[in-house]
Design a protein around this ligand. Sequence first.
Ligand code: AMP
Ligand code: MG
Length: 420
Amino acid sequence: MTQSAYPMLPVSEALAIVLAQATPLAPVMVPLAQARGLILAEAIRAAEPLPPFPASVKDGYAVVAADGPGDYPVVGTVTAGQVAGFTVTAGTVAYITTGAPLPSGADAVVMVEETELLPARNGQTFVRIGRGVDAGADVRPVGFDLDAGQVVLPAGAYLGAAEIGLLATVGQAMVPVHARPRVAVLSTGDELVEPGERLGPGQIRDSNRATLIAAAAAAGGEVIDLGIAGDSEADLAAAFARGLERADLLLTSGGVSMGNLDLIKPLLDAAGTVHFGRLRMKPGKPCTFATVARGERQRLVLGLPGNPVSSLVTFYLLGVPAIRRLAGWPDPALPRVHAHLAQPLRLDPDRPEYHRAVLRWDATLNQGRGGFLATSTGNQASSRLLSMRSANALLELPQQAGVLQAGEIVSALAIGDLES
Ligand code: AMP
Ligand code: MG
């Protein structure tokens, strides 16, 4: 019997090895508009307080709170973006809009709904203030939202919409972030042709490259397309060289199993260090990880299996965390949730299985407290890419004989948006 030289590693150990080799890329400055999805490399402080002036929270009248309800002359108007050139003295009020600086002398705002505009007397506008307010009412004092000097975002923060807004608020037009990882994607196999080509005898279309390019971009990578390499050492070595020149992470698919033309492992062994060459999991057992020295930074190489499902599942399990760690994520792991099985699932006694499923929130689960219901995507053959279609989770099925019954709870790794 032909045996693989590589021990079968549990996925958790393999992930720890990958993350230990993937150190965050050096910080770079990028324009704010390009910072979304990246990780902040330095803490950002607010230089000025927000608001920088006492600002009205409402449309209404700036008042001296001690005056109380009554009829008052309106001595002026101040709208957002302007500064009042007058003072509100006791016994007078000023019209003010939301976000406008409170005029000097005023100490509160009464919203317009609590007032009534009166007929002018001798050309002077009067307003009836219907309700007394405390000093400070409906005024945001200086620094209410942000103090000057306050850390608004720590190093390691993920830059989503709110974080981009905070950076804009504090005037951070250029943002120090960890560089976006460059991810090169290579398909290998003599049988592969491009999606636009007609199939000749024995040929299939290359689906892994399109899949992995999409998945790597979605994971935050800047993708380099290396095309298809045939099953020859010369072809593969040339493609490797192109990838390793520029990429932080090289993803290959195919050529890692036990066939005569599975040349990736020996090539990686010659070029660098193979850290593992087999995983105790299904689907994706032959998944291989290596590091190769190049310039001042070592390159990471994930030799993913050729079967379309295996390559995508192993990319989620190891590739996504690797990209995130390179990008500076403090915790690069996929989110994990509990899910109730919608149907019984047969277990594999030899390997833990990552079963593709659709997770949907079901309000009737857990005695009406709600929970995720996991529906299998059907036949889990590693060639059947349809089993990944619309899957938003990988159920972590234990290595065990027998069947898990419908209703049993399993852990699940989220690989897409959870459905409601
Ligand atoms: P391999 O690991 O190279 O032996 O490939 C395993 C299986 O995956 C074979 O059936 C290949 O034809 C198939 N395969 C490999 N690469 C791709 C690809 N890029 N797109 C679609 N199928 C592939
Ligand atoms: Mg092949």
